[in-house]
Design a protein around this ligand. Structure first.
Ligand code: BEZ
Length: 211
């Protein structure tokens, strides 16, 4: 069964390269990203885990914990991390979950049997402080993910969680945001003192409120 937005992210206990984690306890009160990759010692995955490693300071700044997963065993992950560090010029310091029995993968619907039942696809789950799923993305094995996009979505989700705003197409951090339709025109000046533009009654924009 696939997980949908708003579902509670399933809890689990798993062995990882950073020791055993109880997922919900490990997430604490912050945000989380769980992303799966097909297999250890594979080229695209090696670049992906390196790219994520370099972005960890950005996720930490945003109170987001990151965990990767593949169905390979822990000793394989530990050996592979050396290759990632060497080839991607980084030091992977987030946990990689070992899931050799596909327990977590099946809970999260990370195996798509009409593609293959041999490994997990490239799933991404963003989990909010309420432990609910806020974003799911699935990429095929042949396409490495854009981790800047995941950071961009976190920025958007956190703006929505903290202010009554949404973000437009192709929005980037620093650009104007959309005032949600739940906010009445008369309440805008107090809520958004940086000003706003009313392009249509339903399309009102304001400078990004947290800058
Ligand atoms: C890769 O990471 O390069 C990869 C892994 C599994 C299937 C195809 C590509």
């Amino acid at each position: 069964m696939s997980l949908r937005l708003g579902d509670v992210a399933p809890d689990f206990t798993a062995e990882t390269t950073a020791g055993t984690i109880k997922f919900h306890e490990w997430l604490g009160n912050g945000w989380g990203i769980l992303f799966s990759h097909p297999a250890d010692f594979t080229p695209v995955c090696t670049t992906e885990l390196g790219a994520m490693s370099k972005l960890i300071p950005e996720f930490t700044k945003r109170n987001v914990k990151v965990a990767a997963l593949s169905a390979d065993p822990l000793d394989s992950h530990k050996k592979w991390v050396n290759d990632i560090n060497e080839t991607q010029n980084t030091t992977v310091n987030y946990p990689i979950i070992a899931d050799p029995e596909f327990k977590v993968a099946n809970m999260y619907g990370m195996v798509h049997p009409n593609v293959t039942d041999k490994f997990t696809v490239r799933s991404v789950f963003v989990i909010g402080p309420d432990k609910k799923v806020k974003l799911t993305i699935t990429y095929p094995a042949s396409t490495g993910r854009n981790f800047d996009e995941i950071l961009r979505v976190i920025d958007s989700l956190q703006l929505t969680a903290n202010y009554s705003v949404a973000t437009p197409a192709n929005w980037k951090n620093g650009e104007d945001v959309i005032i949600t339709t739940a906010v009445k025109d008369e309440d805008i000046p107090a809520k958004f003192p940086k000003g706003h533009k009313k392009i249509k009654p339903y399309l009102r924009t304001t400078p990004q409120p947290n800058l």
